[in-house]
Design a binder for this molecule. Structure first.
Ligand code: 5BU
Length: 268
């Protein structure tokens, strides 16, 4: 199916190159699954991507979780991701002032050289987006920032009055902003976020699992289908996949659910 038909108004309004790239890959793989690859060994990460690569549309990393990280082995993982047409999304949740955020894109992990997308809090103000984009520019690349408009975890402070609205205001017409993180554990809040964001930006959603309810240490889970129907464009799934004994089958199940929900949802 053509992306323009599947994504409807979102395709037309989100003309950011990376967003379009993601939407195309999602169509070719029939999956809105972003794999949260939260493992701490390189061999575990490589095996996981080998197993589920065909069923996922992007790869989310926490580079600083890995015990045996080396620049070479990480470059190999990134090559593998590219071979599966996956955008690489480093969920670093940057939060500092612009110039420091720019510097943190370099450093030992050199995130600017391999990540296509990074997350950021807007707590320090909107200039963090410019700082992170300058990081990519420093190495002749372009990337996109996912601003945290909501979080999935219990008691997070992003739900305090005005915060989410301020994030939307700061990000919605900023070309450096790839999209927003919306909370998958509360579909009604997600629907509200989508309404406020409009079609101009993507919303990606953690806190989804087929086992709905409370997770470990304050994590909360909502239903992946409900999240997409509420307006999410990407479901971020970690332990729901990597803790399974049948990772490829489970990844495909999440992919099928997300794809069917995308085809069904009424706003396109
Ligand atoms: P899980 O195993 O599916 O619960 O993993 C969720 C992932 O999404 C994990 O990598 C978190 O860092 C990430 N996450 C989240 O859970 N909640 C949030 O609000 C944000 C990111 Br932002």
């Amino acid at each position: 199916m053509e992306p323009a038909d599947v994504w409807g108004a979102r395709w037309d309004a989100c003309d950011n190159t990376l967003a379009r790239q993601y939407m195309e890959v999602a169509c070719s793989k029939q999956s809105l699954v972003i794999l949260a690859a939260d493992l701490n060994t390189m061999s575990g990460l490589n095996d996981l991507v080998d197993q589920v690569g065909p069923h996922i549309a992007a790869l989310k990393t926490h580079v600083d979780l890995v015990d045996d990280w080396t620049a070479e082995s990480w470059a190999g993982l990134c090559e593998k991701a590219k071979a599966h047409d996956l955008l690489i999304f480093e969920d670093q949740k940057f939060g500092d002032i612009g110039p420091i955020s720019r510097g943190q894109m370099a450093g030992i992990y050199d995130i600017r050289s391999w990540a296509n997308i990074v997350t950021a809090h807007g707590i320090s103000g909107p200039d963090i987006v410019d700082g992170l984009c300058a990081g990519w520019t420093d190495v002749g690349r372009e990337g996109g920032v996912l601003l945290l408009a909501q979080m999935s975890s219990r008691g997070n402070l992003l739900g305090l009055p005005g915060y989410t609205d301020e994030m939307i205001r700061a990000g919605v017409s900023n070309s450096g902003v790839f999209g927003f993180i919306g909370n998958g554990s509360r579909a009604n809040e997600l629907a509200e976020l989508r309404q406020k964001v409009g079609n101009q930006k993507l919303i990606w959603t953690p806190g989804v699992n087929l086992a709905v309810g409370d997770g470990e240490m304050g994590q909360r889970y909502g239903d992946p289908r409900d999240a997409v129907l509420a307006g999410s464009d990407g479901i971020i799934v970690g332990s729901g996949i990597y803790k399974s004994d049948q990772k490829d089958e489970v990844a495909k199940a999440y992919a099928d659910i997300s794809w069917q929900a995308l085809l069904e949802r009424s706003d396109i």
